[in-house]
Design a binder for this molecule. Structure first.
Ligand SMILES: [Zn+2]
Length: 122
């Protein structure tokens, strides 16, 4: 497999890993067979693959939070899932805030904002 360079920071000549999406933060399986959801496999260097995982969880949580905020059925309706999501957000925020590599994948300010939104609803 000729991966070339990292899909996020374009670093070449470093070990790259194909990010396996598998299940999302809420344990739902991604539809890997649907062309629209997996048109091009992405390859990332190590720091970026870590950021990509954080970005994926952040997006999942934000999507569910938006549903909750607009009164739709949300995975975050479960108090346990909501608590787990808040803990994960804090973890993401701490890691993202200390990283420079792959920072284009995740904006720490966005994470902070979502944490604040969670607090506002509590
Ligand atoms: Zn990279």
């Amino acid at each position: 497999m000729d991966a070339g360079s990292c899909n996020a920071c374009n670093t070449a000549g470093t070990p790259l890993m194909k990010l396996s999406l598998g299940k999302d933060f809420f344990g739902r399986t991604y539809d890997r067979l649907s062309p629209s959801s997996d048109q091009s496999p992405k390859w990332y260097c190590e720091p970026c693959s870590m950021m990509k995982n954080l970005q994926r969880d952040f997006r999942d949580i934000r999507t569910e939070f938006d549903k909750l905020a607009t009164g739709q059925t949300s995975a975050l309706s479960e108090p346990e899932a909501k608590q787990r999501a808040q803990l994960r957000l804090r973890e993401i925020s701490a890691i993202a805030g200390s990283q420079t590599a792959g920072s284009s994948l995740l904006n720490p300010a966005d994470v902070k904002q979502l944490i604040d939104q969670f607090h506002a609803r509590a």
